[in-house]
Ligand binder design. Sequence first.
Ligand SMILES: NC(=O)c1ccc[n+]([C@@H]2O[C@H](COP(=O)([O-])OP(=O)(O)OC[C@H]3O[C@@H](n4cnc5c(N)ncnc54)[C@H](OP(=O)(O)O)[C@@H]3O)[C@@H](O)[C@H]2O)c1
Length: 231
Amino acid sequence: MNSFPDQFKALVIGATGGIGAAFVALLEADPRCGSVVALHRHSQPALDFAQENSISEAALAVAAEGPFHLIINAAGILHSDKFKPEKKLGDLHYQQMQETFLVNAFGPALVLRHFSRLLDKERGVMASLSAKVGSIEDNRLGGWYSYRASKAALNMLLKTAAIEIKRSQPNSVVIALHPGTVSSALSQPFKGGEIGRPAQDAAADMLAVLDGLTPEDSGQFYSYNGARLPW
Ligand SMILES: NC(=O)c1ccc[n+]([C@@H]2O[C@H](COP(=O)([O-])OP(=O)(O)OC[C@H]3O[C@@H](n4cnc5c(N)ncnc54)[C@H](OP(=O)(O)O)[C@@H]3O)[C@@H](O)[C@H]2O)c1
């Protein structure tokens, strides 16, 4: 992470997830990283996207530990004990759409609102984990309505925020980041354990991508291998 100052400060949201925990472990092992704040639904302060106030309250509680050079939102949902990704229009219902949009788009939008101001003014990179299946242009197989649409909404929220944040924080970098297929609880029911990579490998690749970003790259959608993805 040579583009970040020595003893840089990082913050990871969704730190209990497969990928979020890998980010925390790698950053904690990096001698150039001075501190890592790991937030999740049961951290102190807690950050739960289902509790709107917890997002602003968590940002306020950790502000004194900033400013942060790197903020990563690694929270997200694909399935729950109540639903699995839709295969056809006949599977659509409000509960799944609402819960999926809440975690994948609404929560991350309020993270942009409350945490972007905690970015370091000289070197501040903020990434939210999106998914290539949220690319409208890349959608060839169909299905997974709520997940795809919530990630497409996340991408638009990130792009719009990147434009606004650049006005007051011209050195900021705000991007959507695709981790690739990773073995985790999220992907497990969909052969993630067989075809997915270890979370540590994906997180290492994504940290290398984040390290290479400059303010000119803000407002873009990147893959773990550094490629730009179509919206
Ligand atoms: N795995 C893949 O193959 C893959 C592919 C493309 C994109 N992604 C994206 O990568 C991100 C991380 O995925 P993962 O594979 O690491 O999944 P994961 O292991 O299931 O982790 C999901 C994380 O989201 C958190 N979360 C769920 N609901 C939340 C809520 N209401 N408020 C706050 N946090 C909440 C979970 O917290 P709890 O521990 O409290 O449940 C957990 O920390 C997601 O955005 C996912 O869409 C993953």
